[in-house]
Design a protein around this ligand. Structure first.
Ligand SMILES: [Zn+2]
Ligand SMILES: [Zn+2]
Ligand SMILES: [Zn+2]
Length: 437
């Protein structure tokens, strides 16, 4: 400008005015006097034409439009993400005072929703209906919100069943012959005879029940399978055909929920299986550590064939010890009925139980995966609470110990109320799958 050098040949008045304005705006230059001299009146002003400074040329970056131009689709998406706010003149909106809408008049019926969820989940249980005592309704609905009924045991990470192709069935035709059927296990004495678990109920030839002698022994039930020559109506298929009695969940008061049946249950009758997630022992250890502080354990070890029952072997005075079969590897899998399970997870402990849990297998090749089935130890009248012994192997199990003897501080008081009550139980301990009474 004034300090520039190039003189402008013609300078209009407006240019002059503009120049003066810009002079005014300009911070005072160091040589303000000289500026004043140059723009003295009567003298032509020395001005440079105003040139927009060109921005330095940016090299295109990875995010530049050169390489990634915004396409129509993106423009549309951006527009959709930031829609233009609709201008509303609030002052013009009339205030309507009247009856509020349905959301405000009727509070959302949470009870109704949880009730419907409970009904739906109970209906999804396979077999005869599972109901609940009306007095237990709200408690059960709350519980079931965080519980899933399962009809088969979901196998979790690390649990691998032995393939069916390794299973061997029997060669019987039609219905199995109890004397020669290859599915049945054999007595371990010299007789080597088949152990036949079932017989016909005395009052119902169509119903198979456990033989009374089987109810008191330590043995696994081997049922027939698809690989057998017999037909689906074979007498040695009971547990696999599922539950035949109705069940009712009720609230016991001091012992939480309980289970009973509106039907009469015969001695030796199959009731239902204990279902739950099948997890590895390592996973069970973690779950146990997390839950022990919060009460009952729903873990049952599938350790029947793993030599975990030495104490029972001694008790039964078996000459022919099956030590060669027992492995010291311990138990591989555990069933956890805490969050996924069947109605049987509600069966409470009793020191004088009316049910027993017995392992049932259909795949001889798989020593680690089998069912845990509840059978009635005696005739159970309708609406009698179903119970079993959580710790049949514990001191005095079944036989009863002197009340109050050797009280374990980690144990809690047993509330079964039976005459032979041991007085204590260990609800937060992992249960052995099955043991004989
Ligand atoms: Zn059969
Ligand atoms: Zn057979
Ligand atoms: Zn068979």
């Amino acid at each position: 400008m004034s300090q520039g050098g190039v003189s402008s040949p013609s300078l209009s008045r407006s240019d002059q005015a503009q120049d003066e304005a810009s002079q005014a705006k300009r911070p005072r230059a160091l040589n303000a006097d000289r500026v004043h001299d140059v723009s003295a009146p009567g003298q032509p002003l020395l001005l440079l034409p105003f040139v927009q400074p060109t921005p330095p040329l940016q090299p295109p970056t990875a995010l530049s439009q050169t390489y990634y131009p915004t396409d129509a689709y993106q423009r549309k998406a951006i527009k959709g993400a930031y829609p233009k706010a609709k201008k509303v003149k609030r002052a013009d909106t009339p205030l309507v005072l009247g009856t509020p809408g349905p959301l405000l008049t009727r509070p959302p019926n949470v009870r109704h929703q949880t009730h419907k969820t409970m009904e739906r989940k109970l209906r999804a249980i396979r077999g005869p209906e599972v109901t609940y005592d009306p007095a237990a309704e709200s408690r059960l609905a709350d519980f079931i919100m965080n519980f899933e009924f399962v009809n088969t045991n979901p196998l979790r990470k690390g649990v691998v069943p032995v393939s069916e192709e390794f299973n061997a069935g029997c060669t019987c035709v039609g219905a199995c012959n109890p004397e020669i059927c290859l599915c049945l296990s054999k007595e371990e004495d010299e007789s080597n005879t088949n152990i036949v678990p079932y017989r016909r109920a005395p009052d119902d030839p169509h119903m198979m029940v456990l033989k009374p002698e089987f109810l008191t022994r330590k043995a696994m039930i081997y049922e027939c399978s698809d690989r057998c020559g017999c037909n689906a109506g074979c007498w040695n298929r009971v547990v696999q055909n599922g539950r035949t009695v109705r069940l009712e969940i009720f609230y016991t008061g001091d012992r939480g929920f309980g289970l009973r049946s509106p039907d009469r249950i015969r001695a030796g009758q199959f009731i239902d299986c204990y279902t739950g997630e099948v997890i590895t022992t390592a996973a069970a250890d973690l779950r146990e550590a997390a839950h022990t502080a919060h009460g009952a354990s729903y873990l049952f070890s599938l350790d029947f064939l793993n030599g975990q029952y030495e104490d029972y072997e001694e008790d039964s005075n078996d000459d022919d010890d099956d030590g060669d079969e027992a492995t010291e590897s311990g138990c591989k899998y555990v069933i956890d009925g805490r969050n996924f399970g069947g109605p049987t997870r509600f069966i409470n402990h009793s020191c004088n139980p009316n049910c027993r849990m017995i392992p049932v297998s259909r795949n001889h090749a798989d020593r680690d995966l089998y069912d845990l089935a509840f059978f009635a130890l005696r005739e159970i009248p309708p609406y009698t609470e179903l119970t079993f012994d959580y710790n049949p192997g514990s001191e005095g199990g079944g036989g009863g110990i002197v009340k109050g003897a050797k009280i374990d501080p980690s144990a809690v008081q047993c509330l079964c109320g039976e005459a032979n009550c041991r007085g204590q139980l260990w609800p937060n301990q992992r249960k052995k799958g099955v043991a004989v009474r």
